[in-house]
Design a protein. Structure first.
Lengths: 237, 221
């Protein structure tokens, strides 16, 4: 029987040197659900997503993605997750199309131009397919990184600051992508400061403060109930 | 095998895009050979005696530049982490990178051969043998070099750390490569070439096996 929970975390802890970036964070997320992860800069949002994606290991605690243990089944976890990270994971010396082609080859997907161009069209980069990311703006790099995430067709998608560096059409692109992912049954975790925008796409939310989970509840109630609105961390505040 | 093919295609493309850098490294190697020849002086016999040693010294110094450079693009935007999360096999990534680095060193060595022959009066008809020794020696440098380049790529003092870690480890490879090269240039009346070549092959096998096993541990968090 397939596990009903897409993401399980039990008392996850992670430290960088002497500083604990994540302290005893536990969460459960059902398949197909979407979770907004909120908090100030340095609160541990990216660390949580990176631990769940197995980009870094938890120093303590345990976690499972679709029933696969983060520590002992790293390859299986990686096969079913996709992470949009602060780093773009792109090669600056290669073109946008070549970057996607490399990822497609490793994923054993169709790596022909005809298969990859629709993705670049989706993120608005079709006319820059043969340009290197080094010539792109930060927002365009984010769009290409998003295309790379979508190429994977993962069951659990972890989006770290997906709205960062994007223009308003880019915001709408991310909204559309999240809706499409959810429509096909993917589980989505969004770490963002755009509480209202991202909250509208998620049903659950949590707040981290200095690496600790301080609030959990409905995403549309997050800004008001968690105290982030009062602290001036709601968008536009 | 598909992962290895994908990694090889990626590294070949990256090296092709970085060919200007490769040309600069060739100039560096040729300049090193020229400077070493000044140290020997005008004696044709002495120059010929030390030609093999200086060729490998130039290759070793150049290799630290190519090896460090080969991981720069992997670290700039955490591209290597991105591949590991796909998930790409660390072993496939290592062997592709090591093969690409070895190929670049072989080309560099072949490019430096005529420079050495001219500067050191080291003309020989055993060019295919020399190319073979260069290939074996380059393989012996590239496997541990790729491992240590990955290890030091995020360190602040990587330019210093890489040679510090690499040079002691490749002494046996260097010794065997220098001896084999010198025997090919000066002649091999005692039939020692086979033994040195065998030693070179043995170290290559050990380095390629061990480094392939260790690479996963080096690049994972």
């Amino acid at each position: 029987m397939e596990p009903q929970l897409a993401v399980e975390a039990d008392a996850l802890c992670r430290r960088y040197g002497r500083r604990w970036a994540l302290v005893d964070v536990s969460l459960r997320l059902a398949r197909g659900a979407a979770l907004l992860v909120a908090g100030r800069n340095g609160s541990g949002k990216s660390t949580l997503l990176r631990v769940l994606a197995t980009a870094i290991r938890a120093d303590r605690g345990s976690g499972r993605i679709l029933g696969h243990d983060l520590r002992s089944h790293t390859t299986q976890v990686r096969a079913c997750t996709a992470l949009l990270s602060h780093a773009s994971y792109l090669y600056d010396a290669l073109t946008a199309l070549e970057n996607l082609r490399i990822a497609a080859r490793f994923l054993e997907r169709d790596a022909r131009d005809a298969a990859l161009m629709p993705l670049l069209e989706l993120v608005g980069l079709a006319d820059r397919a043969h340009d290197a990311p080094v010539t792109f703006s930060a927002g365009m790099r984010k769009r290409l990184a998003l295309a790379r995430v979508l190429l994977k067709d993962a069951s659990v998608v972890l989006l770290d600051e997906p709205y960062g560096q994007l223009d308003p059409p880019g915001f709408r692109l991310v909204d559309g992508v999240v809706r499409t992912l959810r429509a096909r049954g993917a589980t989505v975790l969004i770490a963002s400061h755009q509480l209202a925008r991202a909250g509208a796409l998620c049903e659950r939310g949590l707040v981290l403060e200095q690496g600790r989970l301080t609030w959990q509840g409905p995403a549309n109630d997050l800004a008001r109930s968690s105290g982030l609105e009062a602290a001036g961390l709601e968008e536009g505040a | 095998m598909r992962q290895l093919a994908a990694a090889l295609a990626k590294d070949a493309l990256l090296q092709w895009r970085g060919r200007v850098q490769a040309a600069a490294i060739f100039v560096f190697g040729a300049t090193a050979l020229l400077l070493f020849s000044f140290a020997i002086g005008p004696s044709a016999e002495a120059l010929r005696t030390y030609a093999g040693g200086f060729l490998w010294l130039a290759l070793l110094l150049s290799s630290t530049l190519t090896l460090a450079e080969s991981f720069q693009s992997e670290m700039d935007e955490r591209a290597l982490e991105g591949l590991l999360l796909l998930p790409a096999s660390p072993r496939a990534l290592f062997y592709a990178k090591a093969v690409a680095n070895a190929a670049q060193l072989v080309l560099l060595g072949i490019g430096l051969l005529p420079v050495m022959i001219v500067l050191y009066d080291a003309g020989t008809l055993r060019i295919p043998g020399l190319v073979g020794v260069i290939a074996l020696g380059a393989a012996g440098l590239s496997a541990p070099g790729t491992l240590y380049a990955a290890m030091t790529s995020q360190a602040r003092a990587k330019q210093t750390l890489l040679p510090l870690l690499l040079f002691p480890l490749v002494v046996p490879v260097l010794l065997a490569a220098v001896k084999a090269t010198s025997l090919l240039i000066q002649g091999d009346p005692m039939g020692q070439l086979g033994s040195w070549t065998l030693l070179l092959v043995s170290f290559d096998l050990v380095h390629w096996s061990l480094c392939g096993l260790l690479f996963g541990r080096v690049v994972e968090d």
